[in-house]
Write a protein that binds this ligand. Sequence first.
Ligand code: VAH
Length: 314
Amino acid sequence: MKKRILIIGASGQIGSELTARLRSIYAPHKVIASDIREGDETLMKSGPFEILDATDYDAIEDVILQYEITDVYLMAAMLSATAEKFPMKAWNLNMNSLFNVLNLAKDKKINTIFWPSSIAVFGPTTPKIMTPQRTVMEPSTVYGISKQTGERWCEYYFNKYNVDVRSIRYPGLISYRTLPGGGTTDYAIDIFHKALKHQKYICFLNEKTSLPMMYIDDAIDATLQIMEADSANLSIRNSYNLAAMSFNPEEIAKEIKKHIPDFKIIYQPDFRQAIADSWPQSIDDSQAREDWGWKHQYNLEEMTKIMIENLNKE
Ligand code: VAH
């Protein structure tokens, strides 16, 4: 069956990388990028782009019909730190964008949806070490509450309307192609930019704050893997735990110093410390490994080398 893909939120950190990868697999004209604002030059030159508000059902439906879309990757969201500043805007974007695509699938206007959840669905009462796939989930952030609610709706639409929606709880994602967004884990991106520019970084988390993290290529691999998986093998229809590594600011700073010996880090925790403290330190992703063969490739050492080599070229 012909596949026509729409990425909503294609100008963002994951969306831009996902668009590039999908356009390397499918003919670029079959992969439609969209966002509320244009992306970087690479994205804009690589194939069709539509300015699209993810909260506007009619606008999404028009694009679906115009390009005969079969699969939608909904990557638009307001992340944890920004969502704490604008709770209602975050709820509106994160929830109504999801309802729009779920209802399009319910009405058989699209076939398959990918929707990203996050380790932010876990809260202060969740077991922090090797957090299980199924466990206590009392998120204390706007972002986490929206992602937990979204997971419940994904499972409801699958069970009630047989909507084929697939989801992954991404850890913090590290990439060099886009600047850090409004995420709490984005310190692990910004630290590279500042280390190369100033040989110094003022970190908004304390040195012992260990968080689940992943290099972007692992996250993109996992996203494509779950979308290509046989539906019958997917035992989880809210969202899969996914893991690669965990590290704290002290550990990533030590790895960076192997490349930039004069690098110095200063710790000045701010409001994002409480967000990070509510999240797990490590994740049990054995269900994803069992159901659809997930296996990470990159560790902290390899990621640090890639980040520094590529940011040095800029
Ligand atoms: C954030 N990068 O920091 C996101 C992520 C696990 C957190 O979802 O908000």
